[in-house]
Design a protein around this ligand. Structure first.
Ligand SMILES: Nc1ncnc2c1ncn2[C@@H]1O[C@H](COP(=O)(O)OP(=O)(O)O)[C@@H](O)[C@H]1O
Ligand SMILES: [Mg+2]
Length: 291
């Protein structure tokens, strides 16, 4: 069996390169030939005339280049995760809508109306109406951010207006703040419809965001039945073969925060849960292709 491991040419930090190595080693253990390709080298190949030369049995798509994912599928390749599933989970607004009628609890959400970079929100009444709908403080998120870098807390209407003005022209959502979960969440790793590991992430810096890249610590987490069910159902609903699901700890049970199609928490799962997520993913792919 042959696969391509599609990586971003532009992400070259040690942590990312380590994840790619983990997949390559996992593939070798299974006798799968996994060849690394970057988005930059692959994209032009798809523009060539005629069928793709040496096309692989599958593509493990480990970057966020959704255009390329769609083009690879259009050229007949089988992707893990599929382009549609990546799109629905990488865009936080899309995730909210995709899960709206599944019964999965999510923070109440307001989609920030499309604006342009010169928009000023103060006179529109939007911030006041959003604060009335969601309560204060309110969470503001860029729809395609990660590592907590585009997630903010507005404590009053003026702060909300300032954030909206600062990011005018970007795609944003506002969300109800789940105060009980301040600085804490669960990262649940699902592969092939099954939870393979879970950690609790907790910030000791006073930050409400529990991202490890933002300085949070982590420890093993025993999932409740409800948490486990929510993580698996979210992946099912989004059509994900594998994902890291972030759950907030709500007063009445878990609240789905977001879903990561290519979660970077593989080393932490190894450390806390003694599970090799790269092996789990390669096993899942091999099983799917031989089914
Ligand atoms: N609605 C919310 N209520 C409380 N905390 C939140 C909420 N949304 C996000 N957070 C916190 O912020 C962190 C980052 O948010 P998340 O939506 O997962 O974005 P990212 O893609 O940047 O990780 C979460 O892990 C959680 O700790
Ligand atoms: Mg997250």
């Amino acid at each position: 069996m042959r696969g391509w491991l599609v990586a971003s040419h532009f992400v070259t930090d040690e942590e990312y390169l380590d994840l790619l190595l983990r997949f390559e080693r996992a593939a070798t253990r299974q006798g799968i030939e996994l060849v690394r390709k970057t988005n930059v080298e692959l994209a032009p190949l798809l523009g060539q005339d005629g069928p793709l030369p040496n096309s692989p049995d599958f593509v493990l798509f480990w970057c966020k280049d959704i255009q390329l994912a769609r083009h690879l599928e259009a050229r007949g390749l089988k992707l893990f995760n599929s382009a549609e599933a990546i799109e629905a989970s990488d865009d936080k607004a899309a995730t909210v809508c995709a899960l709206e009628r599944t019964g999965i609890t999510q923070p109440r959400t307001v989609m920030v109306p499309r604006s342009d970079t010169s928009t000023t929100w103060g006179s529109t009444g939007f911030a006041k109406a959003t604060a009335a709908a969601l309560g204060l403080p309110v969470v503001v998120k860029g729809t395609r951010g990660s590592f907590g870098s585009e997630v903010f807390l507005a404590h009053d209407v003026d702060e909300l207006v300032a954030l909206l003005d600062m990011f005018a022209g970007n795609q944003l959502i506002c969300q109800q703040f789940i105060a009980e979960s301040f600085g804490r969440d669960a990262r649940v790793q699902v592969v092939g419809g099954r939870v393979v590991g879970a950690i609790e992430r907790f910030s000791e810096t006073g930050d409400f965001r529990a991202n490890i890249d933002n300085g949070a610590s982590y420890r093993p987490h025993s999932l409740t039945v409800e948490e486990e069910r929510m993580a698996v159902e979210a992946c099912d609903a989004l059509g994900l073969d594998f994902a890291g699901v972030d759950l907030l700890f709500g007063l009445n049970g878990p609240v789905l925060c977001e879903v990561n199609s290519n979660a970077h928490s593989i080393p932490e799962m190894q450390e806390c849960c003694n599970v090799n997520v790269a092996d789990e993913i390669m096993t899942h792919i091999a099983r799917e292709l031989s089914a």
